[in-house]
Design a protein around this ligand. Structure first.
Ligand code: SF4
Ligand code: SF4
Length: 85
């Protein structure tokens, strides 16, 4: 009954959802990254791109600002910053 209202995980590529963020966005510092890919694996939107250490970054057109990438990063190489920075 509710399947029409729910959206499947990682389907927001079809609809840009970056405008849903209201306060914070992730900023990749690109200094201590070890290329573990944990940020990419945990992102519910599948919007983190990159293959080598210090090259990972978020496609802000699709990032909803949940902060999971910041939480999981073992090197603290991602920060949540104000939307206007
Ligand atoms: S804040 Fe959330 S949606 Fe945005 S890149 Fe990080 S894990 Fe993905
Ligand atoms: S979780 Fe942190 S250390 Fe791992 S790939 Fe992402 S930015 Fe790099």
């Amino acid at each position: 009954m509710f399947s029409i209202l729910a959206s499947k995980a990682k389907t927001s590529r079809a609809n840009k959802t970056g405008s849903w963020r209201s306060l914070k966005k992730p900023k990749y510092l690109k200094t201590n990254c070890i290329g573990c890919k944990l940020c990419k694996l945990i992102c519910p939107e599948g919007c983190i791109e990159g293959k080598e250490k210090n090259q990972y970054d978020t496609n802000l057109d699709y990032c909803k600002g949940c902060g999971l990438c910041v939480y999981i990063c073992p090197k603290k190489d991602i920060e949540m910053v104000d939307e206007d920075k």
